[in-house]
Design a protein around this ligand. Structure first.
Ligand SMILES: Nc1ncnc2c1ncn2[C@@H]1O[C@H](COP(=O)(O)OP(=O)(O)OP(=O)(O)O)[C@@H](O)[C@H]1O
Ligand SMILES: [Mg+2]
Length: 416
């Protein structure tokens, strides 16, 4: 709509007759009331009887508060003062009062400009609403992802040979990690020959096989019932005690168990059976640090060489490997250097053969506690600290990157 402000009534009627449907107003006060009550007004024609400065005050107000409202100034003669005042105050046009055709064109233009501005504002509002919506969606997705994403780190102790010291490493690494005030859970995936419970003198009420009772519906509460506590910060999901159980945990159960534990504990340490079985692959699939254990003898070297080749084929990143050379002092005519060279890996931790190791195992005490000053205890501590430090740094980098576990931070086997 258009409104006309003119104190001269006869001129007001002429203008009103010209601009069909326009609203006649006889004063600036009436204009103020009209604008307040008519939000969709698009043009105001200010007649010659109104002082140009009064018109300018209104135009300045409209420029800020109603940018879609066009102010058109009608003057008997368009002089420099009227033009510059109109320009400065943001009026759309100045038209001579006898140029009636010019006035109708100015009003049409004001309508077009107003429509464009309104459309623009609507587009902007819709775009802002869409942006706010997708931002809220992204925030909700990020929060959900953060709640579901693992915060802990998984360490898997592995070798392709039995009796090399895997369980010894798993138990002692876990104890050291838990001594640093972090929560740790050991999962004994050596289902046919699990030693972790014995090594820590535990009598588990529940074991891995009890997972089957949940029929795949495994959640944090279910998992917690399987954990046998060793200390305030260390728990164990023990290997089955009986080998003839009718119900056995499936590979899928183990995967779910590990995924849940790594969300609850700071460190999950997995002990394995010494073969690339399904459970070991399920653990390796989720592993942040792989501790490879070997002893200084040719059969162990041959087994480890095969293991490293297989891990390379499985696309397991070498920067996640730590190599532990156990019984590194054995006099078997093979030097550590020759061993490392053949294997293509340098030992990150070397342990000597020692009666104290056996004594601690037989007493059901972790070596790092029973003989904390023993060279093997010191070596295991150093390795545990380096694993905790490395995983902390890696986590901090990932967090800084996108505040979630990025796909680069983890990997999936069998995808290459
Ligand atoms: N450095 C060492 N000095 C003396 N004894 C050791 C040493 N390392 C391991 N042992 C002993 O060797 C035996 C096997 O160790 P451990 O059970 O840790 O090996 P493993 O790789 O887990 O074996 P398995 O494949 O049978 O599970 C244990 O009795 C352990 O005490
Ligand atoms: Mg073992």
């Amino acid at each position: 709509m258009t409104a006309i402000v003119e104190t001269d009534r006869s001129r007001l009627s002429v203008l009103q007759a010209m601009l069909h449907g326009s609203v006649p107003l006889e004063s600036m006060e009436a204009l103020g009331e009209h604008v307040a009550s008519t939000p969709h007004e698009f043009a105001i024609v200010i007649g010659p009887s109104i002082q140009v400065d009064d018109a300018a005050v209104f135009a300045q107000w409209a420029r800020v508060h109603k940018p879609d409202l066009g102010v058109i100034l009608l003057r008997e003669t368009v002089d420099a003062h009227a033009l510059s005042t109109a320009l400065r105050s943001g009026m759309r046009e100045v038209v001579e009062s006898r140029d009636l055709a010019g006035l109708t064109t100015a009003v049409s233009r004001a309508r077009a400009v107003s429509n464009a501005i309104v459309q623009n504002l609507e587009d902007e509002t819709q775009a802002a609403a869409r942006a706010a919506l997708s931002e809220a969606q992204a925030r909700a997705d990020a929060a959900r992802e953060a709640a579901e994403s693992p915060t802990g780190q998984m360490v898997t102790v592995f070798s392709t040979k039995g009796g090399v010291g895997k369980s010894l490493m798993a138990a002692n690494l876990a104890v050291v990690l838990s001594e640093q005030g972090r929560s740790v859970c050991i999962v004994d995936l050596d289902v046919n020959n699990g030693d972790i419970a014995i090594m820590l003198q535990l009598t588990p009420m529940r074991t891995l096989n009890d997972l089957s009772a949940f029929h795949g519906d495994v959640d944090v509460e279910a998992v917690e019932t399987l954990v046998t506590p060793y200390s305030k910060t260390l728990g164990v999901v023990a290997a089955p005690v009986r080998l003839d159980a009718t119900e056995q945990a499936t590979n899928e159960d183990i995967g779910k168990l590990l995924d849940l534990l790594v969300r609850v504990y700071d460190h999950v340490v997995v002990d394995t059976s010494g073969t690339f079985d399904d459970f070991a692959l399920t653990a390796l699939d989720r592993t942040d640090t792989l501790v490879l254990v070997g002893t200084l003898d040719i059969p162990a070297l041959k087994g480890l060489k095969l293991a490293t080749q297989t891990l390379d084929l499985l696309n397991f990143p070498r920067e996640k490997w730590r190599f532990v050379l156990n019984r590194a002092d054995a006099k078997v005519g093979l030097s550590t250097e020759e061993y490392e060279q053949t294997l293509g890996l340098k030992a990150d931790c070397s342990l000597v053969s020692s009666r104290e190791v056996l004594a601690a195992v037989n007493r059901g005490e972790p070596l790092v506690k029973a003989y904390s000053g023993h060279p093997n205890s010191k070596a295991i501590r150093a390795l545990a600290h380096s694993i905790a430090g490395a995983t902390r740094t890696e986590k901090a980098e990932v967090d800084a990157d996108d505040r979630s576990r990025s796909s680069a931070g983890r990997f999936r086997l069998r995808k290459a």
